[in-house]
Design a protein around this ligand. Structure first.
Ligand code: PRX
Length: 651
């Protein structure tokens, strides 16, 4: 593994500092730094105090059992996540408070109060039970951003059936692999979804996927699109959601789950071709997302909170569904694209619902910048009081643009670093306390011990290195589904005793963390994780391709874009048609997020004498840099020719 910490903007010393506005600080949930000290002094006690904010059927015997690298949190405790996210609030004045405000792409709005959510989740939990789903059995969910998605997740949590949500943008083959890995019994999908007015054929993809799965017994189909979706319902297998719900009983007793029972699996890309099923459990996960939502977003009773992620990713799991609902908040979810019907859609939604907290990705912010200030300016954004970002490093220019044009220079920005694996936000400002520096995620959350180390695992006080986590945290992944060895190898072997994040980071003289991007074979395209190996496997699966090397090239909007270097089989001619065909092939195999931006045909790939492809040199070429060290190449002429060819193409 090579450390490629060429942080571009981030290494330029950023001098601007933004202290929390006085009024914000005075009203903030966390107003001073004492929590950091308290948590550092006795982290287990700190987490234990937080756990008491939730309702447990049975208290834990021990806060943490740590047999590195396997952790158990709140050992012996019994709790139910759906009870804590719904029932707990229904018993209070929150019964008729909006839990979910849903904004459809076509302009519809649906508001589910906590009571509505309670009713729907209970009924759907009974539907699942009536179909024979038992505690511990996996349910795959492949839905668009419609209210049935959180309802289905919470119903699974209620009966103790771990869910595996598959992002609606994934292909039939990706869905198939995830169903097979989890050995899911039930699939929940929709006839289709909307994206920029087009129909996403979810049910058709599901039918395709199910040709090669054996575990699925029933498919529950939500009607979102209707006639236009032109789907077929398979007799004996496919059931309509609305028909099942019609007569479902209105109360389902929640399972008393052990703290360490599995809550969900979520697949994410790693350094190999096969996505990893990240396992999150019940008690610790809820404690982690509960408190980070409350403190990082300074979440108050009267807030209208909007996280723009898709629930198909971890951000949606933790910060649209579980974190906000655990806090009894109002969480907004939007079905569609930011530019549908026009480029001011987000700002129209902020104005319409008087959103107070807004959480999005840097890639979206850069896109808004490109579209221009006139779009946010059309709307009254004065309800906003706090902004957040997640998913990739934010460049200081985008930060400033966000701060000025969306936040009206009055809203702090929380740049939150975390991962599917961490389950919860790990490095972040606390908005009433932290002095912000544009482009820095600032400091670890209280109780979190993050560090930056060199190649030998030695801590680097100031400067760049590898980001590691040195102490277990409640929402950490517990394992990789069905593959504990890979869990150990992937996260805990590079630096013994430390969790390796796969990210590079720099620490400045004030102890602030600056994230520098991945240092492994994972690419971050518009905040989405794509594995170079996965794209390479998809390419070589094409009958005309001999070999492929995929890299992430710096891209102004998406952070990184995918460039593929491809050698064709003997006698096959390259052409732009073939390049398009290869791109389509990758979309079919993985999904649109993995579509290569450019495909470069080459007679040979640069390799070391031992036959390893030198991706570092390919990145140098694609990013227009002088070639680094080429002495280990078996044939240095290959790379020189490739560079010339690439530059010709560029001009
Ligand atoms: O490289 C880091 C980047 O996103 C990766 C995690 O991706 P995923 O598991 O898909 O989760 C994304 C949302 C939590 C990290 O390894 N990343 C995430 N947030 C930030 C970030 N990089 C820099 N700054 C961030 N705030």
């Amino acid at each position: 593994m090579e450390l490629q910490t060429k942080p571009i903007e981030a290494l330029l010393e950023e001098e601007r500092v933004f202290a929390p506005p006085k009024k914000f600080r005075e009203q903030a949930i966390i107003k001073d730094e004492s929590v950091y000290k308290k948590a550092a002094k006795n982290p287990e006690k700190f987490w234990e105090e937080i756990a008491k904010e939730l309702e447990w059927y049975k208290k834990w015997r021990k806060v943490l059992k740590w047999k590195p690298p396997f952790a158990e949190w709140f050992v012996g405790g019994k709790i139910n996540v759906s009870y804590n996210c719904i029932d707990r609030h229904v018993k209070t004045f929150r019964k008729n408070k909006a839990a979910i405000i849903w904004e459809g792409e076509l302009g519809e709005t649906q508001i589910l109060t906590y009571w509505d959510l309670y009713r729907e989740v209970n009924k759907f939990a009974n539907v699942l039970r009536s179909l024979g789903v038992k505690k511990g059995e996996r349910v795959t969910i492949y839905l668009p951003m419609i209210p049935e998605l959180p309802i289905a997740m919470l119903a699974c949590a209620r009966i103790g059936a771990p869910h595996s949500v598959v992002f609606g943008g994934f292909s039939a083959e990706s869905l198939r692999d995830r169903i097979n890995d989890a050995q899911a019994k039930i699939l929940i999908t929709a006839d289709g979804g909307y994206r920029r007015g087009n129909i996403v054929p979810l049910k058709k993809n599901a039918d395709e996927a199910l040709k090669e799965t054996r575990s699925i017994e029933k498919v529950i189909v939500v009607r979102r699109v209707g006639e236009k979706a032109q789907i077929e319902m398979k007799e004996g297998r496919d059931l309509w959601w609305h028909e099942l719900m019609k007569d479902a009983p209105s109360y389902a007793e929640p399972e008393k789950m052990d703290s360490e029972d599995m809550l969900y699996i979520l697949y994410t890309s790693g350094t190999t071709g096969k996505p990893k099923g990240i396992v999150h459990t019940t008690g610790g996960y809820l404690v982690g997302v509960h408190i980070t939502t409350k403190w990082v977003f300074d979440l108050k009773e009267e807030d209208t909170y909007w996280c723009t992620a898709d629930i198909g990713w971890v951000t949606g799991h933790s910060y649209i569904v579980y974190g906000p609902l655990s806090n009894g908040a109002t969480s907004l979810m939007y079905e569609g694209a930011p530019d549908y019907p026009d480029k001011d859609r987000f700002w129209e939604i902020v104005e319409k619902h008087k959103v107070t907290i807004f959480y999005t990705a840097p890639t979206a912010i850069r896109t808004f910048m490109k579209w221009g200030e006139e779009y946010p300016r059309k709307h009254d954004l004065s309800s906003l009081r706090l902004l957040g970002t997640v998913g990739e490093p934010i460049n200081p220019e985008a930060w400033m643009w966000y701060y000025e044009n969306i936040g009206g220079k009055r809203c702090p920005i929380v740049d939150t670093w975390w991962q599917t694996e961490t389950g919860m936000i790990m490095i972040t400002p606390l908005p009433g306390v932290t002095r912000l520096k544009p482009g820095s995620a600032t400091k670890p959350f209280p109780g979190i011990e993050a560090d930056i180390v060199d190649d030998n695992g030695k801590s680097i006080k100031t400067g760049a290195g590898y980001l590691v986590l040195k102490r277990p945290w409640p929402a950490m992944l517990r394992t990789i589904y069905g593959d504990p060895e890979r869990y150990v190898e992937q996260y805990w072997s590079r630096f013994p005793g430390m969790y390796f994040t796969g990210d590079g980071a720099k620490r400045d003289k004030d102890g602030y963390f600056w994230l520098l991007g991945r240092v492994d074979d994972v690419i971050n395209v518009a905040g989405h994780r794509v594995s170079t190996m996965e794209v390479e496997s998809a390419l070589v699966d094409h009958p005309l391709v001999a070999e492929a090397a995929v890299i992430g090239r710096k891209d102004e909007l998406k952070g990184q874009a995918i460039t593929a270097f491809v050698t064709l089989k003997e006698g096959v001619e390259s052409s732009s048609n073939l390049a398009d065909d290869l791109k389509r092939h990758v979309v079919k195999k993985i999904g649109a997020i993995a579509r290569p931006e450019e495909i470069i045909f080459t007679a040979e790939l640069p390799k070391t004498r031992s036959g390893k492809i030198m991706r570092r040199l390919l990145r140098d070429i694609a990013e227009g840099r002088a070639l680094g060290d080429t002495t280990t190449l078996s044939d240095p002429a290959v790379i020189r020719e490739l560079k010339e060819k690439y530059e010709e193409k560029e001009t």
